[in-house]
Design a protein around this ligand. Structure first.
Ligand SMILES: [Zn+2]
Length: 209
């Protein structure tokens, strides 16, 4: 399980993650990422992927990384069989739609004790949480999201954002401030797999707090 990566090198790296797509707003997110040359990681919900395969293929074509965020976004306790269905059905659709096999899993709501994370770990997934909460689904405006991210980012941070599940115009607007601000501070935006590779390999790779 990873929340933040302890970087080996001097470079300040940060990973932006976008949950709950593919969604119509994903296209606006892709546009601003492209504008600033930023690669990110998208955690998809199977039900949303089923409806928007073209958007999904565009995300992959633009070089972003993909993770599994269950089929239905259910986060109540479930049996191993139910957890398996949530994860495997999504994994199959990701592969059918994009050709990718992902080893990243993020449980809905970050809940670790409802059976999903246990199943994912048994199957060899890396369970990816976050160290910076943008609170973009509650924010009344972009300024709060910008502030939440800029105040809390450190080298090796994983930032939780959302491109799907609702109107994400505040998130898109916030990215127009967050991306140039962090680049001006010397940060480079990387995908979660890239961030994991930049972590310590001899001592514990991740911090859990
Ligand atoms: Zn979610």
């Amino acid at each position: 399980m990873v929340r933040r990566v302890m970087l080996v090198g001097e470079e300040k790296q940060v990973a932006l993650t976008f949950d709950d797509g593919p969604w119509p707003d994903t296209l606006a997110v892709l546009e601003v990422l492209r504008q600033y040359g930023v690669k990110a990681t998208f955690f998809w919900v199977g039900l949303h992927l089923q409806k928007r395969p073209e958007i999904a293929r565009q995300v992959v074509a633009e070089g972003h990384a993909i993770g599994n965020h269950t089929w239905s976004h259910r986060n109540t306790p479930m049996t191993p069989e139910e957890a398996g269905a949530e994860i495997e059905r999504t994994a199959v659709l990701i592969q059918q739609t994009t050709g990718l096999i992902t080893s990243l899993f993020r449980p809905p709501g970050g809940r670790l004790y409802n059976g999903l994370a246990d199943y994912a770990l048994q199957q060899g997934y890396t369970v990816v949480q976050w160290s910076v909460l943008s609170e973009d689904t509650q924010a009344q405006g972009a300024a709060t999201i910008v502030d939440n991210v800029l105040r809390n980012v450190k080298p090796g941070s994983i930032v939780l954002l959302h491109d799907g599940g609702g109107d994400r115009s505040h998130t898109v607007e916030a990215l127009h401030s967050i991306l140039p601000a962090l680049q001006a501070q010397g940060y480079r935006f990387v995908t979660v797999p890239q961030l994991l590779e930049s972590g310590q390999s001899t001592s514990p790779k991740t911090s859990s707090n």
